[in-house]
Design a protein around this ligand. Structure first.
Ligand code: NAP
Ligand code: GDD
Length: 327
């Protein structure tokens, strides 16, 4: 039997890689995408992976319960992956209410539509290591208490607990993946890794001279999106729903990540890096480091791509983009 999946946020980084993974496993893939006047740009990531004609895009928005219910009724997915969110932490101070409505309440909208229309379907929620915020333990696991530090993280804590609550209240097969930072050549340009690799490529090509960053002492546990979407799928193949940390277990400063990118093209980071106080955040998550032991033991999941390999892949992709882009 061909299985059917619905991915909210299919136009995002993870949505594109997850769609590719599910297609390779023979799934019929539907993706919820919000209507946009720039639909050609919106599907850029699916085009990059060469799968834009293999998925069916459904118009919808996480804030519109009636549309979500209709989609569940029409598509009748076996698996629902809720990846849609206002996902940029910095923007969440500028748009706290929108972030709460989409990243928080939006999860309840998807769960309600699922519960009312297809309660037998399996559900994945994209939870985040950002929920640990002001960390309560040096290495964070599924049992580490949360202390969110941004409106985004507060909304994600809500989304996480409503998922747990629907599992406990209604017996839904609802799982939550607490994913640590993961990147790729398809990462949005506003996030620090891609901002760095894009700038390094432009500097190398003579299109720019400097890279402006905020807090380069912050530390993150960075993995690759291709590895992390595999963990999402594995969670929904388990007999029992559960919550899992997905991480590499290694933490690195923004400064050292940046140095890897500059070294890859033979440039000296200190010749180009400028610290801009305007890019510091009102409250910072200083350090994250995850313990993926449960994912390894129960899902057989492990990260396979190192930070160095990933940053080099991202720099090469940005060099290629700037070779073809018009100046
Ligand atoms: P992303 O590239 O920013 O993608 C977000 C997706 O959500 C996009 O497809 C976006 O559509 C869609 N979206 C935003 N608002 C929406 C709305 N109101 N209705 C419907 N769709 C909406 O994020 P990502 O990196 O792929 O991350 C996927 C999920 O994992 C997110 O929930 C994120 O918060 C979470 N997460 C990410 C990481 C990470 O390091 N990447 C770590 C932990 C958790 P448009 O294309 O129209 O903008
Ligand atoms: N974006 C950005 N831009 N970040 C910078 C900059 C800059 O110019 N300079 C320093 N940083 C620091 C931030 O202050 C933060 O400590 C770190 O780099 C990482 O920032 P982002 O790449 O924007 O990611 P994030 O950690 O805030 O959030 C990402 O990971 C979360 C999981 O922990 C996002 O993908 C979230 O959606 C995700 O939940």
């Amino acid at each position: 039997m061909t299985r059917t999946a619905l991915i909210t946020g299919i136009t995002g980084q993870d949505g594109a890689y997850l769609a590719q993974l599910l297609l390779s496993k023979g799934y019929r893939v539907h993706g919820l995408a919000r209507r946009s006047s720039t639909a050609d740009v919106n599907t850029m990531r699916l085009k990059w992976l060469g799968i834009e004609n293999d998925v069916r895009i459904v118009d919808g928005n996480l804030t519109d319960l009636s549309g979500l219910s209709r989609t569940m009724r029409d598509v009748r997915p076996d698996e629902v992956y809720n990846l849609a969110a206002q996902s940029f932490v910095r923007s969440s101070w500028q748009q706290p209410i929108l972030t709460g409505n989409v990243t928080g309440i939006g999860v309840t909208n998807v769960l309600e539509a699922l519960r009312l229309e297809i309660p037998e379907a399996r559900f994945y929620q994209a939870s985040s290591s950002e929920m640990y915020g002001l960390i309560q333990e040096p290495v964070q696991s599924e049992t580490t208490p949360f202390h969110p530090r941004s409106p985004y993280a507060v909304a994600k804590v809500y989304g996480h607990w409503i998922t747990v609550n629907y599992r406990e209240s209604f017996g839904l097969h609802a799982s939550s993946g607490i994913l640590f930072n993961h990147e790729s050549p398809l990462r949005g340009i506003e996030f620090v890794t891609r901002k760095v690799t894009d700038a390094v490529a432009r500097i190398k090509k003579g299109l720019a001279r400097e890279l402006r960053l905020g807090n380069i002492d912050a530390k993150r546990d960075w993995g690759h999106s291709r590895d992390y979407v595999r963990a999402m799928w594995l969670m929904l193949q388990q007999d029992q729903p559960d919550d899992y940390v997905v991480a590499t277990g290694r933490t690195t400063t923004v400064r050292d990540m940046c140095r890897i990118a500059f070294e890859h093209v033979g440039l000296e980071m200190d010749d180009h890096l400028v610290i801009d106080p305007d890019l510091f955040r009102p409250a910072e998550v200083e350090i994250l480091r995850g313990n993926p032991a449960k994912a390894k033991a129960k899902l057989g999941w492990e990260a396979t791509i190192s930070l160095e390999e990933m940053i080099r892949e991202m720099v090469d992709a940005d060099l290629a983009r700037h070779s073809t882009a018009r100046r």
